[in-house]
Design a protein around this ligand. Sequence first.
Ligand code: NAD
Length: 363
Amino acid sequence: MSDKIFVQTSTEKNYNLHFGYDLSEVLKEYISSYSAKKAFVLVDAFVLKNHRAHFEKVLKKKFPELQIFEVPRGEKAKSFEIYNKAVDFVLGKGVERATPLFAIGGGVTGDLAGFVAATVLRGIPLIHIPTTLLAMVDSSIGGKTGINHSVGKNLIGSFYQPDAVFADVKYLETLPQEEWVNGLSEVLKYGMIHSPEILEQINTLIDDESFTDGKAWLSLIRQSAQIKTDIVAEDVLEAGKRAFLNFGHTFAHVIEKEGNFSEYSHGEAVYAGMIAAVYASNKLGGRIELSNLLQFKSLYDLSLDTILVSPAELVEGMKADKKVKDEQIQLILLKEPGSPYLYKVLETEFVEQTWEHTLKIFR
Ligand SMILES: NC(=O)c1ccc[n+]([C@@H]2O[C@H](COP(=O)([O-])OP(=O)(O)OC[C@H]3O[C@@H](n4cnc5c(N)ncnc54)[C@H](O)[C@@H]3O)[C@@H](O)[C@H]2O)c1
């Protein structure tokens, strides 16, 4: 079964997002239009070990000179060191402007490989094959690529659109529970900012004991990708509506930082951040049941016990976020489920109260 979404961008590149279980035939058909004999694969180390045959059987037939670069697991791969190694590899093996590069892995591999594709020879064809739930619903869509800098995450990068994206849920067969939960936060986010019915659908998956069944997730993955695609299409360079995708994230970034980027996963932090954002929304007259989100709490096994600083200090931390302008905190809040708006904080007391309440929930 396959399905696709056509993505129109403001650049000269438009592309398809493909969804399905085992997209080998669709991928084969897509690559048939390439004339190159060579192709590059930048692939997550775990995915290489466990899924090599799945992608190699299609790619190697078409590109006999398939060059595979293994991307180490974890956020540390989004570094100058690994970027340099990958660029050395690609240039050393004789890349040309028409040589395609396949990014196969989660968001880390996608961001790194995307940046390599964007910068080598000022841009070579990029095909994303996301292999985590998060990468399928979020990072492979929208054209953000990049690596981290010692000053902060994602500070070096570029907007670079892929030529195609293949969300093949066969890869999700090996995804561990914590990575499902990580991606879940972004799907919940789409439910909160756009389509509240998504939350009911997730509930059905859980009731059917299909929470880690990629095939059962296909419709939700497609809906999520459609929402991200639509928002990004209206705001490619992140000047307006795209900020809605940061729902919960301003709070989450502080939680991640307080946990030294190791104590809490991004997904856990976003989950707690969305609960904070709902609380703050209601304080300003919003009408959102917090239980809509709290019903998923048991999936997260999250305690914020190690956050020892005061709510006032957490507010200070929010001012240091890279998306903050002139030290003014901007929050994405909701009027009701599915209706987000941007709120510029003038009076921080209610944000402190929000932190207090959120920390209580996770203690
Ligand atoms: N570009 C964007 O718009 C965008 C959006 C959101 C997040 N991101 C970035 O994405 C990154 C996070 O992505 P992620 O959560 O996918 O993390 P990740 O790429 O580190 O993958 C998480 C873990 O899952 C493993 N994995 C990957 N595929 C697997 C599979 N099929 N089976 C089993 N294990 C598998 C990886 O080895 C890794 O250990 C962050 O760096 C974040 O900044 C980018």
